[in-house]
Design a protein around this ligand. Structure first.
Ligand SMILES: *Cc1c(COP(=O)(O)O)cnc(C)c1O
Length: 447
């Protein structure tokens, strides 16, 4: 009874898989809000290094992973694929449940898979400093770690209320040498203006994004980095699915269902994208994206052009969205509180190639605690959404049905959320129908 499949370092994927090469219909272009025309690489050059801009639109099926990137990835990759024997027994299923354990990276989630690649390409193009925003700190800590590995400076605008109330990931970022500012900060024109208008502003991800972008475009040796949503980010995450493919084939198992939680969509896509060609070739394989009921982008949003951020500073992306002005309720899975979903994930949903489901947070925490009490690992609140969907899929499953999910991160820095759950203080938010309808009325007028 094998419990985990561990690959050796030489099994680390040699290239990322780019699903754009195999899409039955190309992705809609990214659009400039002023001209309503597709953006050009020059529009993005002040923000991103050219190598990443090229990857964003590349149609090549495979893009080689540079040696330097593999070297850093090999600190924690390949990650093990676990068979969840104990969970299977506890829920009495005949299905085989597997989880790809991405919590073994130094920051504890899948996010460094792209942070490492992004910092490498920035460094190669002479960038000295990278800026970003972070909410609860998962992305900030992944970028801080990657920047330290390549000795690039890292500046992080952290939403002020999280900076003050959730010190542990801030301290993790600082341990890796990042410079942290509570946002709104006094470092940028935008931040200073917000502070002047509202000295007690608790900050928001939208404000922090605007500050990080302003910092990057006003310094010639500085660029900006994004942790999810964009095509190149999802592609960097395909190491997850590529390793999983190899691990399952070593076991002689063929996956029937692949499951991941969706914030921006990068860990879900990283697992499923390498399996999409099987579906296109007529194989019976399902992909399930799981989101919170309080921020139901894929299950209740519209497939429209929208801004990527609240402050309307980004180009327009065609995606499932709840409207850029929608501010989701403060659930504990902070990484799933994004108003949109990655254009690639949205496109796959529109084409009917993936499915989406939504759950409330208390039922997810219940699933997470069952997982911790059987498999031992304590999941991130985000990951608990995938686990809840897995348990539902496994109920009444025929013998030998293979269910694989992405264990996107651990919950060891989210213990306050578990505290709320154990004390019955956790609240389920009804689907915020009126607020979403209001936000959807503010979508930009582009078809
Ligand atoms: C950030 C995060 C997510 C959500 O982001 P995606 O881009 O959708 O993957 C999910 N799980 C964990 C542990 C995270 O840190």
């Amino acid at each position: 009874m094998e419990r985990k499949i561990v690959l050796s370092e030489k099994d680390l994927p040699k290239a990322w898989y780019n699903v754009q090469a195999d899409l039955p219909k190309p992705l809609p272009p990214v659009i400039r809000p002023d001209t309503k025309k597709p953006i050009s690489p020059d529009d993005l050059a002040p923000i991103f290094p050219m190598a990443l801009i090229e990857q964003e639109v590349s149609q090549s099926r495979w893009i080689e992973i540079p040696e330097e990137v593999k070297e850093v990835l090999s600190l924690y990759r390949p990650t093990p694929l676990y068979r969840a024997h104990n969970l299977e027994r506890a829920i009495g299923t005949k299905a085989h449940i597997y989880y790809k354990n991405e919590s073994f990276s130094p920051p504890g989630s899948h996010k460094p898979n792209t942070a490492i690649a992004q910092v490498f390409y920035n460094k190669r193009e002479g960038v000295k400093r990278i800026t970003t925003e972070t909410g609860a700190g998962q992305w900030g800590s992944a970028l801080a770690f990657a920047c330290k590995m390549f000795e690039v400076e890292c500046t992080i605008y952290m939403v002020k209320v999280s900076y003050e109330q959730k010190p542990y990931r801030r301290l993790l970022c600082q341990s890796w040498g990042a410079t942290m500012f509570p946002s709104p900060s006094d470092q940028t024109n935008f931040g200073r203006r917000v502070r002047q208008e509202n000295p007690d502003c608790p900050g928001s991800l939208g404000i922090a994004i605007s500050e990080a972008i302003e910092d990057a475009v006003t310094h010639h040796d500085t660029k900006y980095s994004l942790g999810s949503v964009l095509n190149h980010v999802l592609m960097h995450q395909t190491v997850i699915g590529l390793e999983t493919e190899k691990q399952l084939s070593l076991l002689g198992e063929k996956p029937d269902v692949l499951i991941g939680c969706v914030g921006g969509g990068s860990n879900f896509a990283g697992l499923i994208l390498p399996f999409v060609p099987r579906k296109l070739n007529g194989e019976k394989i399902r992909f399930i994206a799981v989101e919170p009921q309080s921020c139901p982008t894929l299950t209740k949003g519209l497939y429209k052009y929208d801004f990527g951020d609240t402050a309307c500073t980004t180009p327009l992306l065609k995606m499932f969205t709840l409207g850029h002005s929608f501010i989701p309720p403060g659930i504990h899975a902070g990484g799933l509180r994004y108003h949109g979903a990655a254009p690639i994930v949205s496109h796959l949903l529109e084409l009917g190639l993936i499915e989406a489901v939504a759950y409330h947070q208390t039922e997810c925490f219940q699933a997470a605690v069952l997982f911790a009490r059987t498999e031992g690992f304590l999941p991130a609140p985000e990951t608990s959404h995938a686990i809840k969907a897995v348990i539902d899929e496994a109920k009444d499953a025929p013998k030998g049905k293979v269910i694989v999910f992405n264990y996107s991160g651990h919950g060891l820095l989210d213990l306050a959320a578990y505290d709320s759950y154990f004390q019955n203080k956790l609240q389920d938010y009804a689907y915020p129908k009126e607020k979403i309808e209001e936000a959807l009325r503010e979508l930009p007028a582009v078809e």
